[in-house]
Design a protein around this ligand. Structure first.
Ligand SMILES: [Fe+2]
Ligand SMILES: [Fe+2]
Length: 206
């Protein structure tokens, strides 16, 4: 990778990191359902929580790519629908009779969960979550954010199923951030414990 390309990627990753630690994102991480999502297995090799962060990373990469081309999406809506689209899956083996029922039903249950976190949820977020299984469910989303969610979700699900969580975009993102912290530590002599704390906070999700 050229130095220019590396610096550009670092710049975008820093923005994504800020978004993933935004107030809205922290509200989601701090819920009981998200803590349960860390333990709920998903796509064979990962958890629902890691998968949703993976989807958020890809959604935000697409967001910043489109922004460079003067196409502006609603970032807040995109982040919320990425982090909450699969939260309805928690407890799937006791509440759904089989995978087909899970496929149709979990988007509706995700909205119920999302409304407990944000009672004033925007219509665009509801629409994106409700139709994120398209084309497996028949109705497509009605906003651009919904299509970005579908693309990111299918991509992450494929990578996770085929290669496991260590190759997932979330893992690549967090590894990149860890290297940056280590580099900063070497350069600035910031206390090791502070760096370790920061890394632990981010690696918690992987
Ligand atoms: Fe889903
Ligand atoms: Fe998903």
């Amino acid at each position: 990778m050229t130095k220019e390309k590396f610096l550009r990627r670092s710049r975008i990753y820093r923005k994504i990191e800020t978004d993933l630690l935004s107030e809205a994102a922290r509200e989601i991480y701090n819920t009981d359902v998200f803590r349960k999502a860390l333990k709920q297995e998903h796509h064979g090799h990962t958890s629902v929580a890691v998968h949703t962060i993976c989807v958020a990373v890809i959604c935000l990469r697409i967001y910043y790519f489109l922004l460079e081309h003067h196409i502006r999406l609603n970032k807040d809506n995109l982040l919320k629908c990425a982090l909450m689209h699969d939260l309805g899956i928690i407890g799937r083996y006791s509440k759904y009779a089989n995978d087909v029922v899970c496929c149709y039903r979990h988007p509706i249950d995700s909205i119920t969960t999302a409304r407990t976190v944000f009672p004033e949820l925007k219509e665009a977020v509801i629409d994106a979550i409700l139709h994120h299984m398209f084309p497996m469910t028949p109705i497509p989303p009605h906003h651009l954010e919904g299509y970005i969610l579908i693309i990111a979700d299918k991509y992450c699900a494929s990578v996770e199923t085929a290669y496991g969580k260590d190759k997932s975009p979330a893992a690549v993102f967090l590894r990149h951030r860890r290297h940056e912290y280590e580099r900063r530590l070497r350069e600035s002599g910031i206390s090791t414990s502070k760096i370790e704390e920061d890394i632990a906070e981010k690696v918690l999700f992987i």
